[in-house]
Design a protein around this ligand. Structure first.
Ligand SMILES: [Zn+2]
Length: 117
C-alpha cells in the first residue's frame, strides 16, 4: 500500500526532527495532499492507524489532511485556472497548459503543538 510507505516516511521524519519531549507535546500534524499526488485521505488515515499501532508515540497525535486542487498557469494570458475533470486548459483564453503550479503537493504543512498555557 502506497499510503503506508508515505506514513512511514512522514513518521520517521517527525521522529528524527523532534526530541522525545517535543513529540509528547505534538497535538496534530497537517498534511497537504495535492489532487495529482493520488493520495486518498481515507486511505492515508487508515495507514496512519496501522502506523500508530507499531509506533505508540503517535497514539495521541492526530493526522489532519487538506486536499489541494490542481491549478495551472497560462503562459498566454498569465492567469491561473483550477483544473476540473483533468481538463488542462486556461479558462480565460482556452489555451491548453501543462504548467502545473499546484496539485503535486505531498507535504507536511504544519505540526501543531499542544497549548501549553
Ligand atoms: Zn490563458
Amino acid at each position: 500500500m502506497h499510503e503506508l510507505s508515505i506514513i512511514h516516511q512522514v513518521g520517521a521524519y517527525i521522529i528524527s526532527t523532534h526530541s522525545e519531549a517535543e513529540l509528547q507535546q505534538i497535538e496534530a500534524f497537517e498534511m497537504h495532499l495535492g489532487q495529482l499526488s493520488n493520495i486518498h485521505p481515507d486511505l492515508l488515515q487508515n495507514a496512519y492507524l496501522a502506523y500508530q499501532e507499531t509506533h505508540p508515540i503517535f497514539n495521541k497525535i492526530l493526522l489532519k489532511t487538506t486536499l489541494i486542487p490542481t491549478e495551472i498557469y497560462c503562459n498566454q494570458c498569465h492567469q491561473t485556472t483550477q483544473v476540473e475533470h483533468y481538463k488542462f486548459q486556461c479558462k480565460f483564453c482556452l489555451t491548453p497548459s501543462q504548467n502545473i503550479v499546484k496539485g503535486n503537493e505531498l507535504t507536511i504543512h504544519k505540526i501543531i503543538f499542544k497549548d501549553l498555557l
